[in-house]
Design a protein. Structure first.
Ligand SMILES: CC(C)(COP(=O)(O)OP(=O)(O)OC[C@H]1O[C@@H](n2cnc3c(N)ncnc32)[C@H](O)[C@@H]1OP(=O)(O)O)[C@@H](O)C(=O)NCCC(=O)NCCS
Length: 332
C-alpha cells in the first residue's frame, strides 16, 4: 500500500442558491412552528434553488471556485466524481452534464449514489483513482436540489432539507511526514435499513405513473426517530474508524466536521468522539440538511472563519440513506 498522504484537497468551493427560506415560512403552510424546528433540529433557515438552478449548474459554480483556488482549469481534470441523491436526470449522470458545462474534455465523469455521505464516498473513489494512477487531478462534488424530491406537505421532512453544492479538487501530492492531505478514509453501508429513508416510487421498480404522483411516493419518506438512532451509532463508529486508520487520537483533532442533519445528532456524535462542542463545526442553522453538499459547505465556512488553517487536523463524518456512512481524517 502507498503510504498516506498521497492525495490532498488542493482547492474547495461552494455554491448556494440566493433564496433564503426561514422557519416562519413553514408556519403558513404546515402545522409546525419556528420553536419546534429550532428545538428539535437546530435549523433556522435553508436555501432553495430557483427555477434556473440545477444540480449541474450549482456544481459548476462550486467547481469554478475550487479550480480557481487550486490554480487549475477544467482541462486539467482527469476525473469528475459527483455524489448526489437528487440527480438532474436519471440518464445520463449529472457528472456528465457538469463535464459538458465545464468543458472538461479530458475527464471521465460519473455519479456516486451514496446519499448524504456522497461527498466522502466520492472523495474516497477519487483518492483510489489517484492511487491506481488513473487520475492525477480529480474534481469531487457533493451537490443537491433536495427541494425537487421533498414532499412540501409532509411536516416531518419538508422543514429539514435545503439545496447547495460543494466541490473539491483532489490532487496527487508528494506526501511525506506532516504533509497536508487525506490521512484516512472509511466507508460502510447497511442496505437492510433502506426503507427507513427512501423514495418508494419513480424508479425502475415502480416507474413514474399517475398512481405514483397521486400517492406522492416519488418524494422522500423517512422514519425520523429510527434514522436518528442509527445516525448517532454509525457516525460514532465512523469517527473511531477514521481516527484509528489515521493513527490519530481525538484530542489531536482541531475540528470535527460532521454531516449537518440535526444539531442533536451532531452533539451526540461529538460526545461519543470525546470532542467538546467548541471543536465541532455547526452550520445546520443556516443551511438545513443539504445531504452530500453538507460536508464541503461546513469545511468551507470553517476555513472562512479561520477555524481550519494550514496544518489543521480535521475529522469528517457523515451518514445517510442506504444506510451509508463514511469518515475521513484530513490534514489541511
Ligand atoms: C425528524 C426529526 C427532527 C423529528 O424529531 P423527533 O424528536 O424524532 O420527533 P418524532 O419524529 O418522534 O415526532 C415527535 C412528534 O413531532 C411531530 N412532528 C414531526 N415533525 C414536526 C414538525 N415539523 N413540526 C411539529 N411537529 C412535528 C410528529 O408528528 C410527532 O407527533 P406525535 O407525537 O403526535 O406523533 C428527528 O427524528 C430527526 O432529525 N431524525 C433524523 C433525520 C435526519 O437527519 N435525516 C437525514 C439523515 S441524513
Amino acid at each position: 500500500m502507498i503510504p498516506r498522504p498521497f492525495a490532498e484537497i488542493a482547492g474547495l468551493g461552494v455554491a448556494v442558491p440566493s433564496r433564503v427560506v426561514t422557519n416562519a415560512e413553514f408556519e403558513a403552510t404546515l402545522d409546525t412552528s419556528d420553536q419546534w424546528i429550532v428545538e428539535r433540529t437546530g435549523i433556522r433557515e435553508r436555501r432553495y434553488a430557483g427555477p434556473s438552478d440545477s444540480v449541474a449548474s450549482l456544481s459548476r459554480d462550486a467547481a469554478l471556485r475550487a479550480m480557481e483556488r487550486a490554480g487549475i482549469t477544467p482541462l486539467d481534470l482527469d476525473s469528475i466524481v459527483l455524489g448526489t441523491a437528487s440527480p438532474d436526470r436519471l440518464l445520463p449522470s449529472t457528472a456528465c452534464d457538469l463535464q459538458a458545462l465545464l468543458g472538461a474534455e479530458r475527464a471521465a465523469a460519473f455519479d456516486v449514489s451514496a446519499a448524504c455521505p456522497g461527498f466522502l464516498y466520492a472523495m474516497t473513489v477519487a483518492e483510489g483513482l489517484i492511487a491506481s494512477e488513473q487520475s492525477r487531478t480529480s474534481l469531487v462534488i457533493g451537490a443537491e436540489k433536495l427541494t425537487a424530491i421533498t414532499d412540501m406537505t409532509d411536516r416531518s421532512t419538508a422543514i429539514l432539507f435545503g439545496d447547495a453544492a460543494g466541490a473539491a479538487i483532489i490532487r496527487r501530492t508528494a506526501g511525506g511526514p506532516k504533509a497536508r492531505g487525506i490521512l484516512s478514509t472509511f466507508i460502510k453501508s447497511d442496505g437492510r435499513l433502506g426503507d427507513l429513508l427512501y423514495r418508494p416510487g419513480g424508479g425502475a421498480a415502480e416507474p413514474l405513473s399517475q398512481a405514483v404522483l397521486t400517492a406522492r411516493s416519488h418524494f422522500i419518506r423517512m422514519a425520523g426517530r429510527e434514522v436518528f438512532k442509527s445516525a448517532v451509532l454509525a457516525m460514532s463508529d465512523a469517527c473511531d474508524q477514521a481516527l484509528e486508520r489515521a493513527g490519530v487520537k481525538a484530542d489531536e483533532i482541531d475540528l470535527l466536521i460532521p454531516h449537518q442533519a440535526n444539531v442533536r445528532i451532531i452533539e451526540a456524535t461529538a460526545k461519543h468522539a470525546g470532542m467538546p462542542m467548541e471543536r465541532v463545526m455547526v452550520n445546520v442553522d443556516r443551511y438545513g440538511n443539504t445531504s452530500s453538499a453538507s460536508i464541503p459547505l461546513a469545511i468551507d465556512q470553517a476555513v472562512e472563519e479561520g477555524r481550519v488553517r494550514p496544518g489543521s487536523l480535521i475529522l469528517l463524518v457523515s451518514f445517510g440513506a442506504g444506510f451509508t456512512w463514511a469518515s475521513a481524517v484530513v490534514r489541511w
